[in-house]
Write a new protein. Structure first.
Length: 316
């Protein structure tokens, strides 16, 4: 195995990610019509109707104090220029992901994604809350008593569909479509530059003594596929990921293997099961977990694509 290197931080288009937020802020400053206007007899002409996992809800046409309870809603909201006042985090130690930039630095934690704190949410006086049915079903009535609440069906749903629903909830459906189109264009750009068709790629997340391998329906897995890689075939058991014991590590081998870590500069974070089988993992790279796993959304997607491009360019 060659010396382990983190995915290069050298960006071909360093202004693109920042441009997402800048463009979104410009969008939100414009007077745009909602794609789903409220009914004529709505008591509040400043609302729109959003269909979501719990039915229909009347929400502000231009919400200003948003609380989000899922990473995809956090990423999409920031990308759309509506920086939430509060967000649930994966864990309190990690906090708000740094890849979101300075725009997100003032967001308040309202607990974790699995245990959001309703009192903290209420204290922020939100005018819109975005959560998920799969995680927060038992809290819907409480949350709805605080502010209009929109639920994604699941955090594991196709991430682009969730971005679109967040866009609708914020009254920025067209802008959300534009962000996704920008992501697709970036995929095509990387795909056109590097001939990876026919090659396999596997994303691995070490955790709790296991190796979690991610499939083509996962966020980062689908991003690897969008540039031309194929995920090694396996029974994904109707899930986006499968856990392997270290003894089965060879099942995770591929032409390109990317392993998530909280510190890409520390080669010791590479699982021992992989380093002990170096000949089966000739092309393995550490990548930042904050956006490869948890940074679901257009901003995280562009960061993943930057890493993929850097890995492929360094291999030339």
């Amino acid at each position: 195995m060659p010396p382990l290197r983190p995915a290069s931080r050298r960006l071909r288009r360093p202004a693109l990610l920042a441009g997402l937020v800048i463009a979104a802020l410009a969008f939100t400053g414009c007077s745009a019509e909602s794609t789903t206007p409220a009914s004529p007899d709505s008591a509040d002409a400043g609302t729109i109707t959003v269909t979501h996992a719990r039915g229909e809800s009347q929400v502000p046409a231009k919400a200003k104090r948003v609380v989000v309870l899922e990473p995809v809603a956090l990423d999409a909201s920031v990308a759309l220029g509506v920086v939430p006042v509060g967000a649930a985090v994966l864990n309190e130690a990690a906090g708000i992901p740094s890849y979101l930039g300075k725009a997100a630095s003032g967001i308040q934690s309202v607990g974790t994604v699995t245990e959001p704190n309703v009192e903290k949410i209420a204290a922020l006086k939100p005018d819109l809350i975005i959560g998920t049915e799969s995680r927060h079903s038992a809290l819907y009535d409480q949350l709805s008593s605080v502010a209009p609440t929109v639920f994604l069906a699941s955090q594991a749903d196709p991430w682009k569909d969730n971005v679109k629903l967040v866009g609708k909830a914020l009254g920025l459906a067209d802008q959300a479509d534009t962000l996704l189109a920008d992501y697709d264009a970036r995929c095509n750009e990387v795909k056109a530059e590097f001939a990876v068709e026919g090659k396999t790629a596997q994303l691995i997340r070490p955790r709790d003594g296991l190796l979690t391998v991610y499939g083509p329906e996962s966020f980062a897995g689908s991003t690897l596929e969008c540039v031309g890689f194929t995920t090694p075939a396996r029974d994904w058991q109707n899930s986006i990921s499968v856990d392997l014991s270290p003894e089965k590590v060879l099942e995770a081998s591929a032409d390109l293997v990317v392993v998530t870590t909280t510190n890409v500069d520390d080669p010791s974070t590479m699982p021992e099961a992989i380093t002990a089988n170096a000949s089966s993992f000739p092309n393995v790279h550490l990548v930042d977990q904050s956006y490869w796993i948890t940074g679901v959304g257009p901003m995280g997607g562009l960061k993943v694509l930057d890493d993929i491009e850097s890995i492929l360019r360094d291999a030339q």
